[in-house]
Structures are given as structure tokens and as C-alpha cells.
Design a protein around this ligand. Sequence first.
Ligand SMILES: Cc1cc2nc3c(=O)[nH]c(=O)nc-3n(C[C@H](O)[C@H](O)[C@H](O)COP(=O)(O)OP(=O)(O)OC[C@H]3O[C@@H](n4cnc5c(N)ncnc54)[C@H](O)[C@@H]3O)c2cc1C
Length: 180
Amino acid sequence: MPDHTHEFDYVVIGGGTAGSVIAARLTEDPDVTVAVIEGGPSDVGRDDVLTLRRWMGLLGGDLDYDYPTTEQPRGNSHIRHSRARVLGGCSSHNTLISFKPLPSDWDEWERAGAEGWGAVPMEPYFARLKNNIVSVDEKDRNAIARDFVDAAETALGVPRVEGFNEKPFTEGVGFFDLAY
Ligand SMILES: Cc1cc2nc3c(=O)[nH]c(=O)nc-3n(C[C@H](O)[C@H](O)[C@H](O)COP(=O)(O)OP(=O)(O)OC[C@H]3O[C@@H](n4cnc5c(N)ncnc54)[C@H](O)[C@@H]3O)c2cc1C
């Protein structure tokens, strides 16, 4: 019988977003061996996964665990809760929207115990991102969202903020900076 026994320094269960990053970081050391056990197939050659604009077609398909919500007596019973079943996990399913958390959120997280995850130590990691986190361009501003922002500003007197990440956070209303 063939010998299927292998030994690895690390076994990562789930080759999704976090699992893939952890496996990649661990194997930066050529002396470290890692086994990744992924429940779904590879996305190599799968245009439905690799073409970002087709993300919606993945929902409910063969690469979606598609966890149902529990029946509710007063509605909201069939909310789709997608979770990707593919190498890369939900990062292979999602639309790659990303944004920079507000410094106060990072700092709150650090105070709650996530040592080293404050706004200042996290800053260099954002410099390494390969996408641009920018203000939503005028032409991309959704009409309903624009109305909502305008109404909050004029009807309620909530201060308008352009560029939430550009200066210390003040409460207000506006389009958040993101990569899209
Ligand atoms: C449709 C959709 C759109 C989204 N859009 C965005 C977005 O634009 N921007 C953003 O930042 N976030 C977005 N998210 C959220 C983000 O993608 C997830 O929060 C993140 O990818 C979760 O990472 P994870 O490593 O925790 O889990 P996952 O990436 O889900 O990885 C889990 C992996 O484990 C595998 N697995 C599960 N069970 C087993 C098992 N028993 N054995 C082996 N393998 C197993 C799965 O197949 C999967 O590959 C979106 C999520 C979805 C579903």
C-alpha cells in the first residue's frame, strides 16, 4: 500500500482569506512545511471566480455553502448568507471593497487587548496595499446615497465630511473613502 503519511510543521484548515495568508507567510521560511486543507476546489481556470464583475453569479452556486437563516415568524426568513467554498475563500467571492478604519476604531481595538493593532503601528501596512483607498468619485456617487448625505446635512445640521481618512475623525456625514 502507498504510504500516505506525511508530516508538516503546520496544518492550516481552510484555504480561505485568513488561511491562505497564514500559509503564505509561514512558507516565506523555506525550512517550514505547511499543509493547507481546503474544502472547495481551486479557482485556477474558473473565469466565474477570476472575473471580478461576475461575483454575483457565484452566490448560491456550487462554490457557495449558502447557509440559510432560520425561519422567522415575522419575516426575514430567507436571507442569503453566502460563504465561499473555494480556494481563497470569500476573498474569491467578494468585490474587493476595502477601506481604512478610522484611527479611533483601531485604538479602541488595541485598548480592548489587541496589542500592536493600534492606528500608528497599522499605518505601514496600509502603505503596502496594492489598491487605492480614495474618495468616491463624483460620477460614482449613488443618487440615493447622495440624497441621504444632503438631507442629513441640511435637514439635521449634521456636519459634512469629505475625506474621512484625511484628518482626525470628526463625526459627520459623507461618502467614506474606499477602494472600489
Ligand atoms: C458575497 C460576499 C461579498 C463580500 N464583500 C466584501 C468586500 O467587498 N470587502 C471585504 O473586505 N469583505 C467582503 N466580504 C467579507 C470577506 O470576504 C470575509 O469576511 C473574509 O473573506 C472572511 O475570511 P475568512 O478567512 O475568515 O473566511 P473564508 O474566506 O470564508 O475562508 C474559509 C475557508 O474555509 C474553507 N472551509 C470551511 N469549512 C471547511 C472544512 N471543514 N474543511 C476545510 N475547509 C473548510 C472554506 O471553503 C473557505 O475557503 C464579502 C463576503 C461575501 C460572502
